[in-house]
Design a protein around this ligand. Sequence first.
Ligand SMILES: [Zn+2]
Length: 218
Amino acid sequence: MNGRKSGVVWPAHIPRWTHPWLRLWWPGTEWATDADSAVHLTFDDGPDPDVTPWVLDELAARGMKATFFVVGEQAERHPDLLAHIQAAGHTLGGHTMRHEHGWKTDVDPYVESAVASLETTSSSGVFRPPYGKFTRTQAKRLSTHARMVMWDVLSGDHAIRDDRGVEAARRRLRKHTRPGSIVVFHDSAKHGEGMRRLLPSYLDWLAGQGWTSTGLQG
Ligand SMILES: [Zn+2]
């Protein structure tokens, strides 16, 4: 996910009452789970040699697991990072090969790229569309290949410009996170700085609530 370049911007929080409607439009998509003492942290747009190892350390320090939606071409450049992510017990997911925007890409090439990205993850069977944007037809075609993981909470790490932005994002995260929430962060070079400013205190807050984070399996 990356809401910025994409025209229409998703809200920071997608309330649960809307999820059945979203699933009607995009069959097979998932926006939260029924977990009762865990959330599901997700990291998009990696792996990145500077950012991803830092995320792995932060998660390991608290015994939390996450799902990493990797961009296929980057995954192919950093097989060592993929191995680290898996060895640490996290889940890998596909995020297309080149971060394609579904609304701007024809169905066949989009599905091909999505399926190829799943193959770089040892066919984990979880997929997230870049920008959260794919068409109904693309979603239907992909639903036979993967569990399609959307989210209900955006950390906003991609849009942080200053200290006030950090504080606002922290408040939003705490306000909207519930057990079962699927939360979006980015472990990319581009958005890594905002993510670094949010993640440690958020993980500590989760632990303080008595919650952990678990990966999403295909
Ligand atoms: Zn993305």
